[in-house]
Design a protein around this ligand. Structure first.
Ligand code: MOS
Length: 723
């Protein structure tokens, strides 16, 4: 088994992150944030800041760094700071102070005086529900509201009214921040009109493209370099505020500029997962067959109508077979920090609602929740003809139930001393996608091969995946493969997002490998090559002739007088999309212990069993899933941004924005069913980046209900909910 290639540099500190670079003559920028939630900036007094020791420049909406909003087909428009005087939320970037040292910039930023004409701010999703608007279309283009009804059924209400058993419940989830360990930061350097940026991102070519658009440059003039990214989870898909500001200021000042958000600033100056309200109505026959599913969702969004958490279009569209399905997705524009994708956008909070409701239905029917899920498992997404390419969800539940000891469960929990013990389960799913990606394979005369793509490894394991699949495609040992990524000068790898990178880059490797081997054969069999005019075959990293003579690819290159030979392979989702539906699946299991008197909630056991196609690298895959499952516990019991009446985040730091620590998390048990899905892509691997979080919060909530009889329909669940 290949371990993670980036593990040693990361844990020893050898890995260089964006802001780790320090250059001669470098300046430091500090971002200034708004202190009101809604209004207009009438004036900014920067005299004291400008006069402050070491300050080189102060930029504001009145003396801005000119930036144009970049557009991207997948990411949409990326907001750029300082271009107008509108304030849409508390903590919005409104200024940038540049000085000789970081401390000078930070201290001067505190001297900036701001005058506001304030307007009333709306910050509460609940208060805004009555004024909700239709949300945007789903990623697949389907409208915000849609219904699939059986012949003769007039409405979802009729279908529900005809159901023997109905669950009607409303769930709430909170705003969350990605809180990646590496705060958003950048080092920007200009040389001869060319910009080099070191800044953590989910896609170097995307970042270079957005900077080129923002700064009015030809894309060839921007070089984004970020081999290490300290966590992203959707929060580094779009280019961040300090990256735009550092790049623009460095151009203007003619010196390198470093800018980093403080931990507190990350919570408002980047973007968050919006809060949601979700109403689920499930109708079933007495045997548990679902006949009607209605999922109505309201997502908070920014006042300029940014990202909307697509809870209705996620799980409820996919998970269960039902004759009647109706979903709607509404949005409520608020004066809150910007909103964006976060790990399993839609599915994570959506599955809390749906999988809690399914558990409520199981209780109402007196049925085992796994049996209920099995009975309604979909062979295709409702309303679509295309069957799942490969679905082994039942096997996930079978394997998981045996491993977790589900058969010993006593509905209603059991008592262990002063602890009430309950078990919960939930289904996980996340659609399997693929984005366009290119990979270059270079065979070198020292018998090593470079596998290179611009794409990012924000901790997901892509670097290791490149090595494993590169070695496999070239039929050589992994230690002869040198993977490279995180550099926009390399062939465009697209975004590490949407749980796509292994399938996308891996497929491109499968295309590139035969191309580069063809190049090698052409060199070898050319008139002046070592196998001139002969038939050769390739295996084990060698060319082999019929007479048994063989040479390694390095030997071939040396004989041909070459140092290397290279080929680029490109791949994108294609015809397969018209033949099947694609998704990863999983079964989540959780045991909680609730203290009889203090109501303290402990997760004591957790297991996830996943059907994600082929598992390319065991260690990186397990890490992804473990991280996701822990995040699910975090969503269930710890995490959530609180916004006060003034629109200020009350807990925008890692002291009060609770996330689990080791003491909160038991050993996380992960298993894979390992059924390669070659209908999806030649590697057979589907996504694992996001599915680990999906369903986990519901599994915890369902276990809490099992232990206590109390159904908590909001996240996070606190002691006060169980009194
Ligand atoms: Mo992920 S939320 O697609 O980075």
């Amino acid at each position: 088994m290949t371990g993670r290639l980036d593990a040693a540099p990361k844990v020893t500190g050898a890995a260089g992150y964006g802001s780790d670079r320090t250059l001669p003559g470098m300046l430091y920028g500090h971002v200034v944030l708004s202190t009101v939630a809604h209004g207009e900036i009438t004036a900014m007094d920067v005299a004291a800041a400008r006069a402050s020791s070491g300050v080189v420049a102060v930029y504001t909406p009145f003396e801005p760094l000119e930036l144009t909003t970049p557009q991207h087909p997948l990411l949409g428009g990326t907001w750029v700071p300082l271009q107008d005087t509108d304030v849409a939320y508390h903590g919005q970037p409104i200024g940038f102070v540049v000085a000789e040292t970081y401390e000078q910039a930070r201290d001067a930023a505190m001297l900036v005086g701001v005058g506001y004409r304030t307007r009333p701010a709306s910050t509460s999703l609940d208060d805004g529900l009555a004024a909700a608007e239709d949300g945007p279309p789903a990623m697949d283009g389907s409208p915000p509201s849609l219904a699939v009804l059986a012949p003769g059924v007039e409405s979802i209400d009729d279908a529900l009214a005809d159901s023997a058993v109905v669950v009607d419940a409303t769930y709430r989830t909170t705003m969350q921040n990605h809180a990646a360990m590496e705060p958003h930061s950048a080092v920007a350097i200009w040389e001869s009109g060319r910009l080099t940026v070191h800044s953590g991102t989910q896609g170097a070519d995307l970042q270079a493209d957005s900077l080129a658009q923002a700064l009015g440059l030809d894309p060839s003039m921007v070089h984004a370099v970020n081999p290490y990214v300290g966590g992203a989870f959707g929060g580094k898909g779009q280019t961040a505020v300090p990256t735009f500001l550092a790049a623009a200021a460095a151009r203007e000042l003619g010196r390198p500029v470093k800018a980093a958000l403080t931990r507190e600033q990350v919570f408002t100056a980047t973007a968050n997962r919006p809060s949601t309200v979700q109403r689920l109505r499930l109708g079933a026959e007495k045997d548990g067959t679902l006949v009607a599913v209605q999922h109505e969702s309201w997502s908070a969004t920014t006042i300029d109508r940014g990202f909307v958490e697509p809870t209705s279009h996620g799980t409820s569209r996919q998970l269960y077979a039902t004759r009647n399905l109706a979903i709607s997705q509404k949005m409520v524009p608020l004066n809150i920090p910007r909103t964006t994708f976060m790990r399993a956008p839609g599915e994570a909070p959506g599955s809390f609602a749906l999988e809690s409701a399914i558990d409520e239905l199981a209780v109402a029917l007196g049925m085992d929740p796994i049996e209920l899920r099995r009975r309604n498992s979909s062979v295709a997404p409702p309303g679509r003809d295309l069957q799942w390419s490969s679905k082994h969800l039942d096997e996930c539940f079978t394997v998981g139930a045996a491993r977790f000891g589900w058969s010993a469960r006593t509905p209603g929990g059991r008592v262990d001393g002063d602890w009430l013990v309950g078990l919960g389960t939930a289904t996980a799913m996340f659609p399997a996608l693929r984005f366009p990606a290119s990979v270059r394979i270079t065979l070198r005369d020292d018998d090593t091969a470079e596998i290179a793509t611009s794409g990012a490894d924000p901790g997901t394991g892509l670097l290791t995946v490149l090595a494993v699949l590169g070695a496999e495609s070239l039929d050589v040992a992994p230690d002869r493969v040198v993977p490279r990524l995180g550099d926009s000068a390399l062939p465009a790898g697209g975004m590490s997002g949407g749980s796509t990178a292994t399938a996308s880059a891996g497929s491109a490797i499968m295309v590139a490998a035969p191309l580069v081997i063809d190049e090698l054969v052409a060199l070898a069999t050319a008139p002046d090559g070592p196998f001139a005019g002969r038939e050769v075959s390739y295996a084990d990293g060698r060319l082999l002739a019929a007479d048994g003579r063989s040479l390694t690819f390095g030997e071939v290159l040396r004989a041909a007088g070459r140092t290397s030979v290279a080929a680029i392979g490109s791949s994108a989702a294609g015809e397969e999309m018209t033949k099947h539906s694609f998704s990863s699946f999983g079964a989540q299991f959780c045991e909680v212990r609730v203290h009889r008197w203090t109501r303290e909630i402990r997760v004591s056991r957790m297991l996830g069993v996943f059907d994600a196609g082929r598992i390319v690298n065991e260690q990186a895959s397990r890490s992804q899933i473990i991280g996701g499952m822990i995040w699910g516990v975090s969503a269930a019991l710890h995490e959530g941004l609180e916004i006060d009446a003034d629109g200020r985040l009350a807990n925008a730091d890692l002291a009060s924005y609770l996330i689990p620590v080791n003491a909160d998390i038991p050993e996380v048990d992960v298993e894979f069913v390992r059924r390669p899905d070659t209908l999806h892509n030649p590697v057979g691997a589907r996504g694992i980046g996001e599915i680990g979080i999906v369903g986990m919060a519901a599994a915890v909530a369902n276990a809490v209900h099992d232990a206590t009889g109390i159904r908590v329909r909001h996240l996070p669940i606190g002691i006060e909910d169980l009194l």
